[in-house]
Design a protein around this ligand. Structure first.
Ligand code: ZN
Ligand code: ZN
Length: 374
């Protein structure tokens, strides 16, 4: 029957080209506007792209910056936000067909792999990098199209208590502090200090403890400090009750008691606040190392010459190169980084309310948006 043949031909074309119909996402149409549910036009991967069916997408501070604070996205609005994505590849272009069916974490920043920066091993500063929810539609959606490179494969069978959706936070909140800690060459002889132990810092504390360091957590929030103390921090200091001088002397006596021989504190600024940055800088001692992990648009007043006087180092990192993802994921799968106490799951369909609640600090854990099963 000709008509049936026609239908079959159209359908099989669709399957072989892997076009996904009926996907939707929540787009930001303007700064301060409520996210808008929009149907995505049929998703067809280019030869080097894949379509990922989203299992979960974490809501990051950066999304709040785009949605409410006027931080410009590189791709003009309207745009689906979200760059902390885990899911399954449901369509793959011909050059990357080997990803078909694989469960993956999509790195928050996917370098091009070919430019001078990438070739020099500095993939995180690639100027042709792709960030979902910034350079193109992101993960606050049922499906997302991303480059078919740098993806981090996730085993099909996960340990009890770990879901693919929860692994979305590995894409940024876990890997960014992981990379900062790796660059700091943190080891078992070291003392690691974290200023700010929310999502990013909370994972940082656990990673540093897994590397064998003695860990100090500093925050102004009791609940966060308690959680850090349960998950890797040997000393928790409440910065709402202590000035920078008190914090410094408390850290000094901890160093003495710890018996650690590491030269200089390794300090990780994970609060992304001006106060946290000032505290972190004030803790730099002889041979100290400061990693700037959190972001704040606000300037701070510091005595930069302390770096010279203490022969100290300060550096930052923009995300984490994809090749480091499997090692960070392994720490989670081995149970060395607990995700569950730091995340909470919400339906994707509540995206507009959830992002507003995160903006208003009504949601304190890292929110993960989960598309309804269909
Ligand atoms: Zn982020
Ligand atoms: Zn590049």
């Amino acid at each position: 029957m000709p008509s049936a043949t026609n239908t079959t031909v159209v359908k099989s074309d669709d399957i072989s080209s892997g076009t996904i119909h009926g996907a939707y996402g929540f787009r930001l149409t303007g700064v301060g506007q409520r996210l808008e549910l929009q149907e995505l036009s049929p998703l067809k991967p280019a030869p080097d792209q894949v379509v990922v069916k989203v299992a979960g997408c974490g809501v990051c501070h950066t999304d709040i910056g785009f949605a409410f604070d006027g931080v410009p996205t590189r791709h003009p609005l309207p745009l689906v936000l979200g760059h902390e994505i885990a899911g399954r590849v449901v369509a793959a272009g011909e050059k990357v067909a080997h990803w078909q069916g694989q469960t993956v974490i999509v790195p928050a920043v996917i370098p091009c792999g070919e430019c001078p920066a990438c070739k020099a091993g500095r993939a995180t500063i690639c100027r042709k990098q792709f960030m979902p929810g910034n350079d193109g539609d992101g993960g606050f959606a049922t499906h997302v199209v991303v480059p078919g490179r740098g993806l981090c494969p996730v085993p099909d069978k996960l340990p009890d208590g770990i879901t693919l959706a929860a692994l979305s936070v590995v894409a940024d909140a876990v890997t960014t502090p992981y990379e900062a800690i790796r660059r700091a060459q943190l080891g078992s002889g070291d003392i690691a200090v974290f200023t700010g132990v929310g999502g990013i810092g909370g994972f940082g504390v656990q990673i540093a403890a897994a590397f064998g360091a003695a860990v100090v957590a500093i925050d102004i929030d009791h609940e966060r400090l308690d959680l850090a103390a349960q998950h890797g921090a040997s000393l928790a200091l409440d910065a709402s009750q202590m000035n920078d001088k008190d914090l410094k002397s408390a850290v000094r006596s901890f160093v003495k008691q710890s018996g650690k021989s590491g030269i200089g504190l390794k300090i990780f600024e994970t609060s992304g606040t001006a106060a946290g940055q000032t505290t972190a800088f004030s803790l730099i001692d002889h041979g100290g190392y400061l990693a700037v992990v959190g972001y704040s648009p606000r300037p701070v007043e510091i005595r930069l010459s302390n770096l010279m006087a203490f022969d100290a180092t300060a550096r930052g990192n923009w995300g984490c190169p994809p090749e480091q993802y499997p090692a960070a994921l392994a720490l989670v799968l081995e149970g060395k980084i607990a995700l569950q106490p730091y995340v909470e799951e919400h339906s994707l369909d509540e995206a507009p309310q959830v992002i507003e609640a995160v903006h208003e600090h009504a949601i304190r854990r890292r929110a993960i948006l989960i598309p309804p099963a269909h």
